[in-house]
Every structure is written in C-alpha cells, then in structure tokens.
Design a protein around this ligand. Sequence first.
Ligand code: ZN
Length: 111
Amino acid sequence: MMEEKALLAPGGPATQEAAAVQILITYINRRHGLPVPESDEDLPEFYRLDPGLCLARDAKLRDVYHVAASAGSSCSAGRKPGEPCVHSRRFFPAKEVKAFEKGVARNVLQS
Ligand SMILES: [Zn+2]
C-alpha cells in the first residue's frame, strides 16, 4: 500500500512518488478527455497542475516527482532559503515578477 502525501503539506510542497503522479494525471486527463499515461515510461517530464503549481520528474531519481511552486519546490535545493532551485527557475521565471515590481515601484514614485 502506497503512502498518500498531500501535494502541499504544512511544511511546504512534498515530493511525490511517480506511481501517485500517474494516478493523479490519469484522473485529471480522463476528466478532460485527454490520453492517459499507460505506464511509468509514459509519464511526462513535467505536468502543470495550474499556473502556480508544477510537477517535475527528478532527472536521476526517475520514480519521484518534485512539486514546484513560485515560492519554492519540494526538492532538496528548493527547500533551502535564498536561491531558487532549477525547478522554480524553469517553471516560474522571475523576469515577469521583477518587471511587475519595477512597474509598481515606478508608479509609486510618480504618484
Ligand atoms: Zn526544485
């Protein structure tokens, strides 16, 4: 019996087993009439759950998926404060956020 873990546990995003991710993707894709993953090899490298949440398969540990959000990710690098990990940088580039913050700062200075 597989242990079920919430995607966003109280301590932050929680890394998931590939088997659990397969069940989740199958459930969502079926509801949307999309093809479902047939096997472990059929699973995608990443899967966006919503604009703010993305599942990313570990490049080495193929049986786990990290849960990435703009604030961080469930991988070991993503749980450390400071530099965003490879997943946060890839799926949530800071460029747009910075541009938005600059725009806000400019508006504040002008008013
Ligand atoms: Zn990460």
